[in-house]
Write a protein that binds this ligand. Structure first.
Ligand code: 13P
Length: 254
């Protein structure tokens, strides 16, 4: 089963709208017209409007970092799927560990967002991953199993082609510590097995599983060589156009 690599940049709470314009312009020009690898940037909400007009003519797609599970109404401070679609947003990161850790998101609450995303033609990038304590207690596979099963409950088979997962070991995020190629592959292969159990062999093996956690130009090639690593969700290194595009180049070379 051939899966197209996706390299996505999670800019987190960085860049003003004008800084986003500069960064997207540089990334778009470095990415050029290649279409072997899909490229996506996820700036803050406040940059999406400007960004959407910039990416129109480019190979770079747009993603958001979160959204509400609710369609509209009295939810002060929230952003709906429809609002994102109107700005030509394609992807939405859901269940990032920072949202689980600081904003109380759970597998159950994230599940509602994942379902709302696909109902509104947005592609969820559903994040899973264990903490350091969970890894040290040998609970990694149990944790990701619960995240996959509970976070994807009632996910419609017809939408599997729009689903992306990102395995992000929490201890590797922003720490400079990366999972070894083998550690990443072990969890990715396990998640692949869960996905084929849930959706069947062919649909399950078509779902892309990205790796995230201190991915950078120096380690991208090894990680992307693993059979079940289908791209990257990049934090820090995505804020520099050259670093980010060097990771895109590593994926093109595969
Ligand atoms: P870093 O690449 O900065 O470790 O962040 C990874 C991440 O959280 C992407 O969503």
């Amino acid at each position: 089963m051939s899966r197209k690599y996706l390299i996505a940049g999670n800019w987190k709470m960085n860049t003003t709208p004008s800084e986003s314009v500069d960064l997207i312009t540089e990334i778009s020009s470095l990415v050029g017209q290649q279409s072997q690898v899909q490229v996506c940037v996820c700036p803050p909400f406040t940059s999406l409007h400007k960004a959407s007009s910039l990416v129109e003519q480019s190979q770079v797609q747009l993603g958001a970092q979160n959204m509400s599970a609710e369609p509209s109404g009295a939810y002060t401070g929230e952003i709906s799927a429809e609002m994102l679609r109107d700005l030509y947003v394609n992807y939405v990161i859901l269940g990032h560990s920072e949202r689980r850790q600081y904003f109380g998101e759970t597998n159950e609450s994230i599940n509602l967002k994942v379902l709302a995303a696909v109902q509104n033609n947005l592609k969820p990038i559903y994040c899973i991953g264990e903490t350091l304590v969970e890894r040290e207690e040998n609970r990694t596979l149990d944790i990701v199993k619960a995240q996959v099963i509970e976070g994807l409950a009632n996910f419609p088979l017809t939408e599997v082609e729009n689903l992306v997962l990102a395995y992000e070991p929490v201890w590797a995020i922003g720490t400079g510590k990366t999972a070894t190629d083998e550690m990443a592959q072990e969890v990715h292969a396990y998640v692949r097995g869960l996905l084929t159990d849930l959706f069947g062999d062919i649909p399950g093996s078509s779902i892309r599983i990205l790796y995230g956690g201190s991915m950078k130009p120096e380690n991208a090639s090894g990680l992307l060589s693993q059979p079940d690593v289908d791209g990257g969700l990049i934090g820090g290194a995505s804020l520099n156009a050259k670093s980010f595009c060097s990771i895109v180049d590593s994926a093109i070379d595969k």
